[in-house]
Design a protein around this ligand. Structure first.
Ligand code: EPU
Length: 417
């Protein structure tokens, strides 16, 4: 069993370059299925989730090859093989196979997704969208079966603002007959990235990034080349780590606009921030003010940065309140932070955090962002070695985490115990 070992207390210093966005990559790879010819995706993050997706596509008959961070997908020989089990079970985002296969083949069987289960994560809005497009959807023996004689454009109002449902409906609707309108759509940058790829493949999608997306279905899409946007959550995690260790770090290859909600909170706490065109410098300070944070859908503060932010708020003076309005119970990092001496209590969908010095401990990540929170917490500890288990979760979302942190001066290593 592997653990991350952290001998903290060193301010992070230097430059870190951010890779392509995980949550774009795992939607763009299945989107390639909708084309009839070769799609090349550049700037892919080298993560376990991306490797699993490559496995899924190969199982369906796609030819997949790699050149550095570029993935070439030839989907011309793909078939809609039922996938009730196997690699689809390892990924939350395997639900995108439903929209992509339904769009191209009008049928799919996909096992219910796995991934980070920090709380029940329903997919009712995805299914509502597929049904509105004309698909019959059944749930049998742990797999979703989708079938349509024909997909027809429809007006779909999402009851919950959902990234996954917005993308999944977009995928299926690009190959439906006629116009689809998604109302109350999610506005995350990853949705714009998927729409950009699909439009380069010949789709007609307007309004991605707003609450109304209009799609004119096409009978055929073609291959193209697309470069993935930088990972705003990975960037935000390093920004928080730089602040927590009172470091001075240039976070390079970012779109600063994607990080505005975090940047504003860091400034409110007293962290020094310099925004450049494609990078952000974070300058730590000896002490920080407490702040209240509300995790919301984009452009609000990202729920994926809520756990890392909890660790930073243990370093602020006074009491901060951090509430998550996207997930009601995403607090699996809290008991572990308490083992490290944090003073936090969870009330409903809020964590109430009293600033307090942390100490080294053996802790375990229960999901990806909880893992990031524990690593940041470990980096702040002045004495002793913090052991973080659950490394497999962290590997799902942060490529080169250990080497990046080491380059920034941290004393971090992997150990097999
Ligand atoms: N929801 C429903 N019904 C649905 C879909 C969602 O009730 O059919 C609810 C969820 O339970 C949640 C809220 O709507 O309370 C938002 O969920 P959303 O569908 O937006 O989340 P997702 O698409 O499953 C993606 C990211 C998550 C990120 C969320 C929110 C991927 C694969 N995952 O999940 O990323 O937290 O959007 O921004 O893109 C992570 O990277 O660590 C991660 C969990």
């Amino acid at each position: 069993m592997e653990k991350l070992m952290i001998s903290g207390g060193r301010p992070l210093q230097g430059t870190v370059t951010i890779s392509g966005a995980k949550n774009s990559a795992i939607a763009l790879i299945p989107a390639a299925i909708l084309a009839e010819s070769e799609v090349i995706l550049d700037n892919l993050p080298l993560l376990s989730d991306v490797a699993v997706y490559s496995e899924i596509l190969e199982e369906l008959g796609a030819a997949v090859s790699w050149d550095g961070n570029s993935m070439k997908i030839d989907p011309s020989h793909i078939i809609s093989l039922p996938m009730p089990n196997g690699p689809v079970k390892k990924l939350r985002a395997s639900y995108y196979m439903m929209g992509a296969l339904l769009g191209r083949f009008k049928e799919a069987t996909i096992g219910l997704p796995g991934g980070c289960n920090f709380e029940p994560r329903p997919i009712d809005q995805h299914i509502k969208g597929f049904e509105a497009l004309g698909a019959t959807v059944t749930n049998e023996h742990g797999a979703i079966h989708l079938h349509a004689k024909e997909l027809k454009g429809a007006k779909i109002y999402l009851d919950v603002v959902s990234v996954g449902a917005t993308i999944n409906i977009m995928l299926a609707a690009t190959r439906a007959k006629g116009s689809t309108i998604i109302e109350n759509a999610a506005k995350e940058p990853e949705i714009i990235d998927v729409a950009t790829l699909l439009n380069s493949m010949g789709a007609s999608i307007k309004g991605a990034g707003t609450e109304t997306i209009r799609i004119e279905g096409k009978s055929e899409l073609h291959g193209c080349r697309h470069s993935i946007i930088p990972d705003r959550i990975q960037a935000g995690t390093y920004m928080i780590a730089a602040a927590a260790t009172r470091g001075n770090v240039l976070i390079d290859n970012v779109i600063p606009k994607h990080l505005e909600a975090l940047t504003a909170k860091l400034i409110e706490m007293g962290v020094g921030i310099e925004e450049l065109d494609e990078s952000i410098r974070v300058i730590g300070k000896p002490s920080y003010d407490h702040v209240d944070v509300k995790a919301l859908v984009y452009p609000g503060f990202a729920t994926d940065l809520q756990s890392p932010m909890t660790s930073l708020l243990t370093q602020a003076q006074g009491v901060s309140v951090l509430s998550d309005f996207v997930y009601s119970n995403r607090f699996k990092h809290v008991p572990e932070l308490i083992r490290m001496g944090a003073r936090i209590r969870v009330e409903g969908r809020s964590a109430i955090i009293e600033g307090h010095v942390l100490n080294a401990a053996k802790v375990k990540a229960a999901d990806l962002r909880a893992g990031a929170a524990l690593v940041i917490a470990g980096l702040t500890v002045e004495e002793g070695v913090t052991e973080v288990g659950g490394v497999e979760f962290i590997d799902r979302g942060y490529d080169n985490l250990v080497s990046n942190l080491r380059e920034l001066g941290a004393d971090v290593w992997r150990q097999t115990l």
